[in-house]
Design a protein around this ligand. Structure first.
Ligand code: FES
Ligand SMILES: [Fe+2]
Length: 389
């Protein structure tokens, strides 16, 4: 036997996703638990969903001034996002061109980045500035040595990075979403809260949780239910790259709201929750928004970068703190229940369960459909059931 393990579940996963693509919503069941617990399947998701796609690294407000930077690990790839001294935003592979150490760490503002190992130094564009005592080497060309540049774009104030130099732009596919959220002007909002945590749950559970309104009233009875109850959820038509739902504000709340002057009354009076799978989920209100950017670590652990960004300047620190407190209390309720979900999904007694009305869990189905499109495309000449056309 070779040391290589064979993932015997892989065909079952792909057949399940292929079958889902043929079913109507009224036949919809949740996925088998192994989707959320199997490490070989997570590896397939990493390879087929995360690595090839654009991912949200954060908000442009994090890197406004020349020299501002932050670093992170994207499913095994160290990345440095930096505003160059020339004012341009770049994403660089954070891997030293000498013997491979990760060069920069954390976040801050720097004029140059020095590798801690042998002190090779790079400027804020990734160009090598200095390599001590390398002059005797016969073929090394310091002038052409630089940290590899990754594709980097901004959309709605978010920074997106792609590791694949051939990847095309993604914005055209988001036109329907743009139309839906345009008037909120996310690109003008200001980040006032940022946190990073590791949650003990599968990344899909966290995305599904953020993106369904069924649990808002029962789980968040003392927090979010008072603002956005489940009864006011409305499923929205998904696009090629996104899925979304709308949720209204409780009539018990004071009617006056702040928001961009372009917003209609009904836009002012509801939130839009959208996801750009695999990693980004955003909750939009007229006054402020929240976002989560997910990076799986293993089947039962996900790193989540999250933040709140606000419309206009009229926010005192106390107002921001109150929003952060509600967000964190709500997220804590989610975190606790997702521990139980992960535990239940691993049980031999777990079975897929029926999905609730489309307005409440239609987004879960949209997410499954995205996975089906991405990981169980029909073979040429066959439909998604594998039948000959
Ligand atoms: S590995 Fe970076 S300077 Fe040697
Ligand atoms: Fe929740």
């Amino acid at each position: 036997m070779s040391g290589q393990s064979v993932n015997t579940l892989d065909p079952m996963f792909r057949q399940t996703l292929g079958r889902l693509r043929q079913q109507s919503y009224a036949q919809g069941y949740s996925l088998p638990g192994a989707f959320y617990t199997d490490s070989a399947w997570l590896e397939a998701e990493r390879r087929e969903l995360f690595l090839p796609d654009w991912f949200c690294a954060g908000r442009v407000e994090e890197v406004e001034k020349p020299g501002d930077y932050f670093c992170f690990d994207y499913v095994g790839e160290p990345v440095l996002v930096v505003r160059g001294s020339d004012g341009e935003l770049r994403a660089l592979a954070n891997v030293c061109r000498h013997r491979g150490a990760v060069v920069a760490s954390g976040r801050g503002n720097q004029k140059k980045f020095m590798c801690p190992y042998h002190h090779w130094a790079y400027d804020t564009t990734g160009q090598l500035l200095n390599a001590p005592q390398m002059h005797e080497h016969e073929s090394f060309d310091a002038a052409s040595c630089r940290l590899p540049r990754l594709q980097c774009r901004t959309w709605q104030g978010f920074i997106f990075v792609n590791l694949d130099p051939q990847a095309g732009e993604f914005e055209a596919a988001l036109a329907p979403l743009d139309a839906l959220i345009r008037n909120y002007h996310l690109e003008e909002m200001r980040l006032r809260y940022l946190a990073e945590e590791v949650w003990d749950t599968n990344w899909k559970c966290l995305l599904e949780n953020f993106m369904e309104g069924y649990h808002l009233t029962p789980l968040h009875r003392s927090t979010l239910h008072k603002v956005n109850p489940s009864s006011l959820c409305e499923h929205l038509e998904p696009g090629e790259r996104h899925f979304a739902y709308r949720v209204g504000f409780s009539s018990r709340l004071p009617a006056e709201r702040v928001g961009h002057g372009d917003l209609s009354e009904s836009e002012m009076d509801s939130c839009i929750m959208f996801a750009l799978p695999p990693g980004l989920a955003v909750g939009i209100g007229s006054d402020y928004c929240s976002f989560l950017s997910l990076r799986p670590l293993d089947p039962a652990r996900v790193r989540v970068k999250m933040g709140l960004f606000f419309h206009g300047d009229g926010w005192s620190q106390a107002d921001v703190d109150a929003a952060v407190e509600l967000f964190n209390r709500t997220m804590d309720e989610d975190k606790q229940v997702l521990l139980r979900v992960q535990q239940g999904l691993a049980s031999s007694f777990h079975r897929p369960g029926p999905l609730a009305a489309r307005d409440l869990e239609g987004t879960i189905w949209d997410f499954y459909q995205y996975m089906g499109r991405s990981m169980a495309p029909p073979a040429p000449g066959r439909d998604t059931n594998g039948e000959q056309k």
